[in-house]
Design a protein around this ligand. Structure first.
Ligand code: DHB
Ligand code: FE
Length: 261
């Protein structure tokens, strides 16, 4: 199939689907014009990536996933995050809000052998649901960093437990959600892009047991294999060993990479 045929087929179906819904619901001229006005404001506000990723990226991701363990990238990845040095601590403010999280894990091949030197690019929102380099507030590259797995494919990084996350408020996407009576929440999450020579790069997110939005993620991006349980550590000896003055949480995850091809 040529690219023109492909474009013709996909676009015809999308256009037909939209027309069928306009017909089915007897959409009025007032509604049509309000919708157009909203689309124009969506562009002016720069929220097209947010809108598309919330409502549609999960389908593209599912269609293209090469195995379990992946999910959507979302709109807020920024290339060029700082390379961290061991022991890995995600860049953060001295008084970064949130509980301390120690995440450890392994990068494995599909057959379960370690992938030494795999690169993990990690990014997350702060406790106010703001992403550095995207939203006003956090310093540049706050809670963003790149690290490598060791010779056994293992890594450990300290960050904060991401609380439940709401989408940016005050813009056209929020307006749409309000108009339809939908909430604007996602479960708290850590974003990862994991890559290594000879493997497909893996884009995914990790979630945490007990988050109240695991079942109703507005972006439809939760998969059971990505939900981790947190263990609480409050033994004073263990805290002082870690140089921490408050309890922390720990969890671990295995990332599996599929061979390039
Ligand atoms: C979306 C995904 C995210 O991870 C996020 O933080 C915000 C929005 C999305 O699907 O648009
Ligand atoms: Fe996110």
């Amino acid at each position: 199939m040529t690219s023109q045929q492909r474009t013709h087929e996909v676009l015809s179906d999308i256009i037909d689907s939209v027309n069928a819904q306009l017909d089915k619901h007897g959409v009025t001229y007032d509604e049509y014009r309000a919708g157009l006005d909203w689309l124009i404001r969506l562009g002016h506000a720069g929220e097209w990536p947010l809108f598309a990723d919330v409502f549609f990226e999960h389908t593209v991701e599912a269609v293209n996933a090469t195995g379990p363990g992946s999910t959507i990238e979302g709109p807020y990845y920024v290339a060029g995050a700082p390379w961290l040095e061991r022991p890995y601590v995600l860049p953060q403010r001295d008084d970064e809000a949130g509980d301390v999280l120690i995440l450890s894990g392994t990068v494995l091949s599909a057959e379960g052998s370690p992938v030494p030197g795999a690169v993990l690019d990690l990014w997350q929102a702060d406790a106010d649901c703001l992403y550095s380099n995207v939203h006003d507030g956090p310093p540049a590259f706050n809670l963003r960093g790149r690290m490598t797995a060791d010779g056994n494919g293992r890594f450990e990084v300290r960050t904060i437990v991401p609380p439940s996350y709401h989408l940016p408020r005050g813009g056209p996407v929020e307006e749409l959600l309000n108009a339809a009576g939908w909430h604007d929440w996602r479960p708290g999450h850590l974003h990862f892009m994991v890559s290594a020579e000879g493997y497909e790069s893996l884009t995914t997110q990790l979630y945490f047991e007990g988050d109240r939005y695991l079942e109703s993620d507005i972006a439809s991006a939760v998969k059971p294999e990505l939900i981790l349980s947190l263990r609480k550590h409050d033994d004073p000896a263990e805290l002082s060993e870690r140089g921490l003055s408050r309890p922390f949480y720990s969890t671990s995850h295995e990332f599996r990479l599929t061979p390039a091809g």
